[in-house]
Ligand binder design. Structure first.
Ligand SMILES: Cc1cc2nc3c(=O)[nH]c(=O)nc-3n(C[C@H](O)[C@H](O)[C@H](O)COP(=O)(O)OP(=O)(O)OC[C@H]3O[C@@H](n4cnc5c(N)ncnc54)[C@H](O)[C@@H]3O)c2cc1C
Length: 409
C-alpha cells in the first residue's frame, strides 16, 4: 500500500489546489459537505459552481475528452474530490447524474442521446435523478413492477418509484420499467430516459427525520416517453441498470469520514464532565481511541483501493468493506457526540451549536441503506470474497408474472 502521492500525483494535487484556492474559500474545520438541496437558492448556487468548474475544465474530470471531461485517471478523480472537499462549496447535486447515469449513457446510450444530454449534465444545467427503487423493489431491484407498454412510436409508463433523490429539482430521470412480465425477472426490463416535467409525472417529497426532504415518491400515470428515449434495447435494460449500480458503488462506496474523530476530539475539549473538559475523562478518551482505531482501519482500506487505482488495477471488495464498516461507525460517532452534548444534544435547532452532530445522527441510518444495505454488503462479501455458497434464489428461472407474491398488478 502506498501512503504518499507519486511525483505525478503530487503535481496534479498542487494543480487542483491552486485552482481551488483561487476560486473558493477553505472549509472551516469540522464543517461537513452536505448532499441535499434545501431550496432553489441552493440549487442555483450548486449550478453556478458547477458551471465555473466546467469553464475551467474541472467538471467531471474522469469523463473521456469526447464527452467534455479531461480523460483523467480514477486516482486523479479521487485526488480532485479530496481537494475539493477541503473547500467551501455548495452541495453536490450532480453526483447521481454525473457519477452514475452519465457513464451509463456513455456505455449504452445512442450517439444522439449522448450529444443531447451529456454536456448539459456535465455543466450542471440539467439535473438528473435515478428512478430505480419501488415500494416492493429495493435490494431486489429486478422485482420492479412499474410498467411500460408500447403505443405507436411511444411507450406509456404507469407505476410508482420511491426514495428518488432530487426528483423535485431534476429535469430528467432514468427509469427502469417492466416491459415483458412473461419473461424471467431480469429479462423483461427496459431502461428509459424520462422527462420529469412530462404530463402524468407527480413528485411528492418525503419528509425525513432530519427535517429535510432530499428524496421523494414519484408517481407515473400514463406518462408518454418517445421511443428514442430508450437506453439500449427492449427487455435488455438490466444490463444498463447493472452499469448504473456498479457506478453507484464507486461513486458513493468509499463514503468519506468527514470531520470524524478529529471533530469529536474538539467537541470533547469543549463540553464538560464534572466541571472539567470531557477529554480529560479516561472513559471518554478510551471510547474516542476505539473509534479512532476503527476509523483508521476504514481509511486504510480506502487507501488500499486508491493504491489499486493508482496502479491501474480495479479495486476489489474494499469498497463494500469500507461502506459496511464506515456507515455504522459514523452513526456510532454521532451517537457518542450527542451523549457528550448531554441535554443540548436533544435540541436540533440552529440556535444551539451548528447542528452538525444532530444532523449527522439523524442522517446516519440512510448511509447504511443507500447504495446497498449492510446486509447486502455482507452478502457481497460472503459470496465474492469468502466464496461462501450463494443465496437461494427461487425465482431465478420463473416468469416474473408467475412469481408468488402478496400482490398482483
Ligand atoms: C439516502 C438514500 C437515498 C436514496 N436514493 C435513491 C435514489 O435516488 N433512487 C433510487 O432508486 N433509490 C434510492 N434509494 C433507495 C435505496 O436504493 C433502497 O432503499 C435500497 O436499495 C434498499 O431497498 P429497500 O429500501 O426497498 O429495502 P429492502 O430491500 O426491502 O430491505 C429491507 C431490509 O431487508 C434486508 N434484506 C433485503 N434483502 C436481503 C437479502 N437478500 N439478504 C439479507 N437481508 C436482506 C435489507 O438489508 C433491509 O434491512 C435511496 C435510499 C437512501 C437511504
Amino acid at each position: 500500500m502506498d501512503f504518499e502521492d507519486t511525483r505525478e500525483e503530487a503535481e496534479f494535487r498542487a494543480e487542483c489546489r491552486a485552482w481551488l484556492e483561487a476560486n473558493a474559500s477553505e472549509r472551516a474545520p469540522g464543517s461537513e459537505v452536505g448532499m441535499s438541496a434545501r431550496d432553489n437558492e441552493t440549487v442555483e448556487r450548486a449550478q453556478a459552481w458547477q458551471a465555473k468548474k466546467a469553464d475551467a475544465g474541472w467538471a467531471c474530470i474522469t469523463w473521456p475528452r469526447e464527452y467534455g471531461g479531461r480523460g483523467a485517471t480514477r486516482i486523479q478523480g479521487s485526488i480532485w474530490n479530496q481537494e475539493e472537499a477541503r473547500f467551501e462549496t455548495p452541495p453536490n447535486l450532480f453526483l447521481i447524474g454525473q457519477g452514475m447515469l452519465g457513464p451509463t449513457l456513455m456505455a449504452h446510450g445512442t450517439e444522439a442521446q449522448q450529444t443531447r444530454y451529456l454536456e448539459k449534465m456535465l455543466r450542471g444545467e440539467e439535473i438528473w435523478c435515478q428512478l430505480f427503487s419501488e415500494p416492493g423493489a429495493g435490494s431486489d431491484l429486478a422485482a420492479l413492477r412499474t410498467r411500460a407498454e408500447q403505443d405507436g412510436d411511444a411507450w406509456v409508463i404507469n407505476g410508482q418509484k420511491i426514495w428518488t433523490t432530487g426528483a423535485q429539482y431534476s429535469r430528467w430521470g432514468m427509469i427502469v420499467t417492466r416491459t415483458s412480465p412473461g419473461a424471467v425477472k431480469h429479462k423483461g426490463i427496459t431502461y428509459f430516459i424520462v422527462d420529469m416535467h412530462a404530463p402524468g409525472v407527480e413528485v411528492r417529497p418525503i419528509k425525513q427525520i432530519n427535517g429535510g426532504s432530499s428524496f421523494n415518491e414519484v408517481f407515473f400515470s400514463d406518462v408518454r416517453v418517445p421511443a428514442e428515449n430508450m437506453i439500449g434495447r427492449v427487455n435488455e435494460g438490466w444490463r444498463g441498470a447493472i452499469t448504473t449500480l456498479m457506478n453507484e458503488r464507486a461513486a458513493i462506496g468509499g463514503g468519506g469520514m468527514g470531520g470524524g474523530v478529529d471533530t469529536l476530539v474538539r467537541l470533547a475539549q469543549q463540553v464538560p464532565i464534572d466541571g472539567r473538559p470531557a477529554l480529560e475523562d479516561a472513559g471518554v478518551r478510551q471510547r474516542i481511541a476505539r473509534l479512532y482505531i476503527r476509523q483508521r482501519g476504514v481509511q486504510l482500506a480506502g487507501l488500499r483501493s486508491l493504491t489499486a487505482l493508482s496502479r491501474g488495477e480495479t479495486p476489489g471488495p474494499d469498497l463494500s468493506i469500507g461502506k459496511l464498516v464506515g456507515a455504522p461507525l459514523r452513526q456510532e460517532m454521532a451517537a457518542f457526540a450527542l451523549e457528550l452534548l448531554g441535554p443540548m444534544g436533544a435540541v436540533d435547532d440552529d440556535a444551539v451549536g451548528d447542528r452538525l452532530w444532530q444532523q449527522a445522527y439523524l442522517g446516519a441510518p440512510g448511509g447504511r441503506i443507500a447504495g446497498g444495505t449492510d446486509e447486502i454488503m455482507r452478502n457481497i462479501i460472503s459470496e465474492r470474497v469468502l466464496g461462501l455458497p450463494p443465496e437461494t434464489r427461487v425465482d431465478k428461472h420463473v416468469a416474473f408474472e408467475d412469481v408468488p407474491t402478496g400482490r398482483k398488478s
